[in-house]
Design a protein around this ligand. Structure first.
Ligand code: ADP
Ligand code: TRP
Length: 329
């Protein structure tokens, strides 16, 4: 049995990229593995430092996880800030993480470009906190999207360094994971790049059908194939990518054939895509509402999750302290 763990920052609603990059794999794996799934609310402070929406954002992400199919009876679902052992391990790992390597991380360089007015130390040590999240439960597999590959590499590096420095084989090496295939990068509807909250190009699990149609009909395309079997431009390939995630192989084949013989009408492709998205998100959206409004249920879920997570985390921190050399008098 593997230990599987993943987290999502509480900075807004879940979109299809979050679902297909992380949540879906987790939903599939939760019954056969030891699973942890958490809301990374400390990580969100690196970009969203103001308290106004903090609590509600956590509630939104938690409700959306549960609505998407995470089962709190089988998986351990918790809020990062409910587990004080995580910041303790983060502190200890920070002593063996070097400023130079942190400054060279792509995600750090991206973030400081995006928010030059707030280059905080939390951004710099983001991969260290993420490492603590992962190795505190000795996770083997981490279902994430492709954008998290480098953070996972850093997590392995810090875990390996700990083992090496203290001459132990204590932490396992966590691997990024996607069920049966490559890590995914779900594209947005704006032609290039990934779907993301900060990119403002997402289809959210909570979007109403009308909103989905509007967003999809506005998606960027091109002037259409000029000759049979011509290569696809990135915006059109992205629409096909999304259709493949959501639709049946027959439907995808139909549109591919019409692209290849130049009879395709992008309007039809978009309509189909929008309807597939609506079919997929509607049952989830309805559950989100119910769960979001059920304060007693949410309270029970996070209490149970925090207890289970702390049991596992406190054992690790106790052992780590011993390995480093802290002893009682
Ligand atoms: P966002 O990138 O929208 O701010 P997060 O950074 O909180 O979302 O990402 C949470 C999880 O969702 C991570 O595992 C991340 O890899 C995954 N993810 C986010 N966007 C995508 C995407 N477009 N394709 C695949 N996975 C994604
Ligand atoms: N950094 C991840 C993201 O932006 C969120 C995250 C925090 C995470 N801690 C984690 C993901 C641990 C997997 C495991 O998407």
């Amino acid at each position: 049995m593997d230990t599987v763990l993943s987290g999502i920052r509480s900075t807004g609603n879940l979109h299809l990229g979050n679902y297909f990059g992380a949540v879906k794999n987790f939903v599939k794996m939760q019954h056969e593995n030891r699973c942890f799934f958490f809301v990374a609310d400390y990580h969100s402070l690196t970009t969203h430092p103001t308290p106004e929406n903090l609590h509600n954002n956590i509630r939104v992400v938690l409700s959306e996880y549960l609505a998407a199919g995470l089962d709190p009876e089988v998986a351990t679902i918790y809020i990062q800030s409910d587990v004080p052992e995580i910041p303790e391990l983060y502190l200890l790992l920070n002593m063996n993480a070097y400023v130079g390597e942190l400054e060279r991380t792509t995600t750090f360089k991206d973030k400081i470009r995006k928010q030059p007015e707030n280059i905080n130390a939390g951004l710099l040590t983001y991969p260290v906190l993420m490492c603590a999240d992962i190795i505190i439960h000795n996770a083997d597999k981490v279902p994430v999207g492709k954008d998290q590959e480098q953070n996972l590499e850093m997590a392995r590096r810090f875990a390996r360094r700990f083992n090496h420095m203290y001459g132990v084989e204590y932490f396992t090496m966590p691997e990024p994971y996607n069920f049966g295939s490559e890590l995914v990068k779900v594209p947005g509807l704006d032609g290039t790049g990934k779907m993301g909250k900060s990119e403002g190009n997402g289809i959210y699990l909570s979007d109403e059908p009308k909103m989905i149609r509007k967003k999809v009909m506005r998606a960027v395309t091109d002037t259409g194939p000029q000759e049979p079997n011509s290569p696809m431009s990135e915006p059109v390939a992205n629409l096909f990518y999304l259709l493949e995630l959501l639709s049946t192989p027959d439907t995808v084949e139909h549109f591919r054939a019409s692209y290849n013989d130049c009879t395709i009408r992008y309007g039809d492709l978009k309509k189909q895509l929008a309807e597939e998205m609506i079919t997929f998100t509607t049952p989830i959206r309805e559950r989100i509402q119910e769960i979001y409004n059920d304060t007693a249920y949410l309270g029970k879920v996070v209490k149970m999750g925090a207890e289970k997570a702390r049991e596992s985390a406190s054992k690790t921190v106790r052992e780590v302290r011993e390995i480093i050399g802290y002893k009682p008098f």
